[in-house]
Ligand binder design. Structure first.
Ligand SMILES: *Cc1c(COP(=O)(O)O)cnc(C)c1O
Length: 362
């Protein structure tokens, strides 16, 4: 089988240009060349995150930074907002880090709403919350702006936000919203090879981290800050990823951030139109649909025809395209189509054509 075009919600398709950048010959990580490289992309990363803070580079996948956030910032108890597989997992990770943790659970497909968080935080038990902005397993995009309005009411609570499938595809203004940690991974919205993380930390979060003495080393936020001030990382980073990131930032800023947001919004709308045209309903609650991936019911829920997702996936794969057959407990009853990264109207139309043919073959 040749290369499959990836329309799964991560890893997503990586461009030739990005791969070429990834393969740039190595340099020493304490060299001036490295400092110049990090120094060159730092202002662009700050623009991407809408922050004046230094943006950090982690040679780990997103989960490393997610675990690190808990270790750096939770001293009392963390509230884990759970609405799908990735957000659900965070509770488990918190407990494995030895943290006191409690769940705010909603049904898969539903968003996390501000009043639900407010009610929990009002108990005064919590000093941190974890939130996944775009829940990749359900295709739900949580109302981040409304949720972040709570920061004013609870200034001492650390708001930790995962934007792995939204950062750079949807506008997220770190400073203005008052986010304490905003993290993303490489292989989804950023369309880089997997295994790398990018994140920003608020001054308040750095202060809080300084009061915790079991932060560990690899994900110690203070180490990241100290090193980033010199355009370095605490340990030897994945330098190939940083070259790839530089190349991707070139792409992002030559397209323009607003155009990039608009493109993702438009392409996800096209996917929803395709679904409606084929009489499929969407898994997410109306009004909270993701702009980077679409989670579609196979019909079992809507009472109409029931599509064999595994067979559809196979039929589409035979045409050279990989789609996802549902994640966790909605595997087989939903399928997910990604429009993250470099997708265009043309590449999305090719996906819909393959899906139409795949459906006709069922
Ligand atoms: C994929 C994903 C992660 C985990 O990323 P890894 O690269 O596996 O660490 C975390 N959060 C969300 C929302 C994701 O989609």
């Amino acid at each position: 089988m040749g290369n499959l075009k990836l329309h799964i919600p991560g890893p997503v398709e990586v461009s030739e240009k990005t791969y070429r950048a990834f393969c740039t010959p190595m340099i020493g990580h304490r060299s001036q060349d490295f400092k110049d490289l990090y120094g060159e992309i730092q202002p662009q990363l700050q623009k991407l995150f809408y922050t004046e803070q230094l943006v950090f580079l982690s040679s780990s996948s997103a989960w490393g930074v997610m675990e690190g956030s808990l270790r750096n910032l939770v001293s009392k108890k963390v509230l884990c907002c759970m609405c799908g597989a990735f957000s659900d997992k965070w509770l488990d990770v918190a407990k494995r880090c030895g943290k006191e943790a409690d769940a705010l659970r909603v049904d898969w497909g539903s968003p996390i709403l501000p009043n639900q968080i407010d009610e929990k935080l009002a108990t005064g038990e919590f000093d941190a919350i974890t939130l996944v902005h775009n829940e990749t397993s359900t295709g739900v995009m949580n109302p981040l702006e409304d949720i972040m309005a709570l920061k004013k009411k609870y200034p001492d609570v650390m708001f930790i936000v995962d934007s792995v499938t939204s950062c750079s595809a949807v506008k997220i203004e770190f400073d203005r919203l008052g986010i304490d940690v905003l993290l993303t991974g490489s292989q989804k919205a950023l369309a880089l090879p997997p295994g790398f993380g990018v994140f920003a930390v608020s001054p308040a979060a750095l202060e809080k981290a300084a009061t915790l003495n079991d932060r560990g080393y690899y994900f110690d936020f203070l180490e990241f800050q100290k090193n980033a001030e010199k355009n370095m990382t605490p340990s030897t980073p994945s330098i190939g990823h940083i070259y790839a990131l530089r190349s991707k930032l070139e792409d992002i800023f030559s397209e323009g951030l607003e155009n990039r947001y608009q493109r993702h919004a438009q392409l996800s709308a096209l996917t929803r139109e395709w679904a409606a045209k084929n009489e499929f309903t969407l898994f997410p609650e109306s009004g909270y649909e993701s702009q980077t991936l679409t989670c579609i019911n196979n019909g079992a829920r809507s009472g109409g025809r029931v599509v064999d997702v595994a067979q559809l996936q196979k039929n589409v794969k035979e045409q050279g395209i990989l789609i996802d057959g549902g994640y966790g407990k909605v595997k087989g009853t939903t399928f997910r189509l990604s429009n993250m990264g470099d997708e265009t109207e043309e590449t999305m139309q090719a996906l819909y054509t393959a899906l139409d043919k795949g459906l006709a073959q069922l």
